[in-house]
Design a protein around this ligand. Structure first.
Ligand code: AMP
Ligand code: MG
Length: 327
């Protein structure tokens, strides 16, 4: 059992040649964490289909909250297996991919991106990066790769292998070094969900270029005067229908139970345990899926065991408090 958010490990510096690229892809396929170059910034990459691998990103970055992450694919064809593209999304992908544009679209029925990478949402954020090394790793990994910027939370995005190593060395498996990145700002994020494309975050592709392709002005998400909006302001955050009761000792009649650690409530008829052994990384990987499963049982409330406020527990508790907030 490994609860430490930053269990020390040897971080390899890999050259961006055939050998280094193959090793990076192999580490990702095995659930490891690799900082890799894209044309925007260095990304902290993990297998997006694995909840525990994605939890590792949050642990290494010490991110205090779970936001949906961008899944990276080698081409449009593989992106279309993960998400449903309407006419606008397709036009934008055809014009700007590979490149610094992220599209938020409805997840497809066959979407393999984990609930943790989607922060429990029914949508998925997809991008095909232009960097040849990123492309090679993605093609070899053969699965969507989640990759927020390769820096610890609150620090500036890493634009070189040295930056990534200085910030995350000892916490991740490898850094793939292809020199400094070209764009240096993050990708533009546009949602195509209801026929009205929205700008969620300005970035590497200018708004005017996007509006030229879709032939209409982009809706600016949030308060038009205040760009960029923070992910926490998105109205689309997942919340269960049931009331959520935190720091509970045991379920009351009619309540479902979301446990953590050995709590003796496993025989309750509507109980799931985020991690019987008390492993926060395992708990993070189960959080959204288990909330959803308990919610579909239609309980009077979901009672949740106390989760320690340390390491990944901070992000888990942040999400649980949002779910428990009066609506
Ligand atoms: P990062 O991966 O740190 O560069 O940030 C990802 C950005 O994409 C954040 O601004 C997220 O809020 C946004 N994003 C990712 N997935 C979604 C989604 N499903 N819905 C809305 N925004 C998303
Ligand atoms: Mg960042």
């Amino acid at each position: 059992m490994n609860q430490s958010p930053s269990a020390p490990r040897q971080t390899k510096l890999l050259a961006a040649d055939a050998v280094g690229i193959a090793e990076a892809a192999e580490l990702l396929r095995a659930g490891g964490l690799v900082a890799l170059p894209t044309e925007t910034v260095y990304g902290l990459a993990a297998d997006a289909t694995s909840g525990t691998a994605v939890a590792g990103i949050y642990a290494a970055k010490e991110r205090p909250s779970f936001n949906p992450l961008i899944s990276h694919l080698p081409d449009l064809a593989s992106a279309r297996r993960q998400g449903l593209f309407d006419a606008n999304a397709l036009a934008l992908a055809q014009n700007f991919w590979p490149g610094p544009l992220t599209l938020v679209v409805p997840a497809s029925p066959g979407c393999t991106v984990s609930e943790l990478a989607r922060a429990g949402l029914a949508t998925v954020a997809l991008r095909v990066p232009a960097h040849p090394v990123a492309h090679a790793v993605l093609a070899a990994a053969g699965r969507p790769i989640a990759a927020p910027s390769a820096n610890r939370s609150g620090r500036i995005s890493a634009t070189s292998a040295e930056d990534a190593l200085a910030d995350l060395g000892g916490r991740i498996d490898a850094v793939l070094d292809a020199g400094p990145t070209e764009v240096g700002v993050e990708s533009t994020v546009v949602s195509c969900l209801d026929g009205a494309p929205r700008l969620l975050r300005p970035g590497g592709v200018p708004r005017e270029a996007i509006e030229h392709v879709i032939g209409r002005p982009l809706v600016i998400a949030g308060d038009a005067g205040h760009a960029p909006i923070s992910p926490g302001m998105l109205a689309s955050h997942y919340a269960p229908a049931a009331r959520v009761r935190l720091d509970a000792e045991a379920p009351q009649p009619g309540e479902a139970w979301l446990g953590f650690g050995p709590d003796g409530n496993d025989d309750h008829p509507q109980a799931l345990n985020l991690s019987p052994s008390g492993d926060l990384r395992e708990a993070a990987s189960h959080l959204f899926g288990y909330l959803r499963r308990l919610d579909t049982l239609g309980p009077s409330a979901i009672a949740v065991a106390r989760i320690p406020e340390q390491g990944l527990g901070e992000a888990i508790n942040d999400r649980l408090r949002r779910a428990a907030a009066p609506r």
